[in-house]
Write a protein that binds this ligand. Structure first.
Ligand code: PEP
Length: 267
């Protein structure tokens, strides 16, 4: 079965060596698998994950309409659930929106904020993302704060500057490592089948780690996920990169066998 929480430990000749945060493999189902299809996918992930010992934590982020049902399926197991977005306020006249406390009421302990699809489709700014992260953290949830450059920004050599600006604007001041996850998702890699090179991932993640210093209480403990076209056949290489502490998986998380196959490669 799965391990849960805390820092990853490696046993060497009877000695316990702490090597950094334990990997988190998170599935972002986006606007897929509502209703019975979502429940079936959660049951399939649970069945597949229960057959083996995984070195990572697992997280399912289904559409909000099926979040409570998915949380019920994994209740009492090591698999966590999360929302895909939340409002910055706890309650109020915001038709169609969902607050962090409502997500928590549906069993979620995580929420994704600032995904590039929301930054684009809903014109969310860094300040919007920070307010959402703050709302979630205030009630004890963990915010997965997404950042990443567009293809044009990478081509013009602005990647690290964009990441610095997004961290400065999107990560709440005084955030704790326990309630903060960063997802580095190059926009041009999402859903395209293209990924950065290992060297490019290493450079971006090292930069993110450095920039978290001064923003988060214990920057070395923050999990920094890579996201963008992670599949079973490239996961091992991506997850082995320094400062990569897991993956945010879109398309491949819609198939239980693929999602667990990715999780199996986590160091
Ligand atoms: C995502 O949207 O967060 C994502 C990483 O998608 P995909 O894995 O399909 O590229």
């Amino acid at each position: 079965m799965l391990n849960s929480g805390g820092r990853k430990t490696v046993h060497l000749l009877g000695e316990i060596v702490v090597t950094g945060p334990k990997s988190l493999i998170a599935g972002n189902w986006k606007m897929h698998r509502g209703g019975a299809h979502g429940v079936a996918l959660a049951k399939a992930v649970l069945a597949a994950a229960s057959k083996e010992t995984l070195a990572c934590d697992l997280l399912l982020c289904p559409p909000a309409v099926v979040l409570a049902a998915v949380s019920h399926v994994v209740d009492g197991t090591d698999i966590a659930t999360g929302g895909q977005d939340c409002h910055a306020e706890n309650t109020g006249a915001h038709t169609g929106d969902i607050s962090a406390s409502m997500l928590a009421g549906a069993g979620a302990t995580y929420v994704i904020v600032g995904h590039s699809e929301r930054r684009t489709d809903h014109r969310e700014t860094d300040a919007d993302v920070r307010a959402k992260a703050e709302a979630a953290q205030k009630i004890g949830m963990t915010a997965i704060i997404c950042i990443g450059e567009t293809g044009a920004e990478r081509d013009s050599g602005q990647t690290l500057a964009v990441l610095s600006r997004q961290i400065a604007g999107s990560v709440p001041a005084g955030a704790t490592a326990a309630h903060t996850v960063i997802a580095y998702e190059p926009v041009w890699a999402i859903g395209t089948g293209r990924t950065p090179t290992v060297a490019e991932v290493a450079e971006a993640h090292a930069h993110i780690r450095k920039e978290l210093g001064g923003k988060v209480d214990d920057p070395d403990s923050v999990r920094i996920l890579y996201g963008g076209s992670v599949k079973a056949d490239n996961a091992r290489e991506l997850l082995a990169v320094a400062n990569v502490n897991g993956a945010l998986v879109g398309g491949a998380s819609l198939d239980a066998a693929s999602f667990v196959a990715i999780a199996r490669t986590a160091p």
